[in-house]
Write a protein that binds this ligand. Structure first.
Ligand code: GSH
Length: 218
């Protein structure tokens, strides 16, 4: 199987973490065609990375769909990153949806747009929104059983938490997790896994290179 990935992509990073955590036979490659080209869209209809290409040429896009496919198709009878219980599986999915539909949609994307120079920036309002979204995560994590194993929801959340720590200083929040002890402890816990820590480092290096590149062009 081939995973088309970009090193700074938070969505591709989730899948790379899973590949490392579960030691999967997946080759990680750059996109085989230029993004946003007709040829890319022709082959990968959703037009984004990550994409997982199977041996028969089928392609799966959307990070969460890829992650579930990889977990479900493991010959060993499933991944340790997917809990057995229905409630725990629902909690795993809730965490992934919190990452995408709450934290990223409401707080991270506006910070990204601001960082890219998009429109008027009300840093105070953004910081309030970010605190509100982090509060949701704090309470959500506290509602789960303590001492639970790492799951795909945690993996999905990691790159979002990484990026907001990179971007929050630009809206006056040097340490966005301070004031959220549950999230802070969770961040330390997930980073105790080599596969996660190493992938976060890859994303950090790649993202900073992108920023330097943009600054050099400006
Ligand atoms: N919801 C998608 C988002 C994927 C996505 O936004 N990928 C970005 C890279 S981080 C991309 O391919 N952007 C290329 C473009 O928009 O042209 C997922 O979970 O995989």
């Amino acid at each position: 199987m081939k995973l088309y990935s970009l090193p700074h992509s938070p969505y591709a990073a989730r899948v790379r973490m899973q590949v490392r955590l579960d030691n999967l036979a997946v080759e990680v490659l750059p996109p085989p065609l230029p993004l946003r080209s007709e040829a890319f869209l022709e082959r990968f209809p959703l037009g984004k990375v990550p994409v997982l290409e199977l041996a028969d040429g089928s392609a799966i896009a959307e990070s969460w769909a890829i992650m579930e496919y990889l977990a479900e198709s493991q010959v060993s009878g499933g991944s340790s990153l997917v809990p057995d219980g229905a409630l725990e599986r629902a909690q795993m999915r809730m965490l992934a949806r919190y990452a995408d539909l709450h934290l990223a949609a409401n707080a991270l994307f506006p910070m990204f747009r601001a960082a890219m120079g998009g429109g008027d920036v009300d840093a105070g309002a953004m910081a309030d929104t970010l605190r509100g979204e982090l509060g949701k995560g704090e309470r959500l994590l506290a509602s789960f059983e303590s001492g639970r194993p790492l799951n795909l929801g945690d993996v999905a959340l990691v790159p979002t938490i990484f990026y907001l720590q990179e971007l929050a200083p630009s809206i006056g929040m040097e340490n966005p997790l301070s004031g959220f002890p549950g999230l802070k402890a969770w961040w330390q816990w997930v980073n105790s896994f080599d596969a996660i820590r190493d992938t976060v480092e890859e994303v950090r290096v790649a993202y900073r290179a992108v920023v330097e590149n943009l600054a050099a062009k400006a």
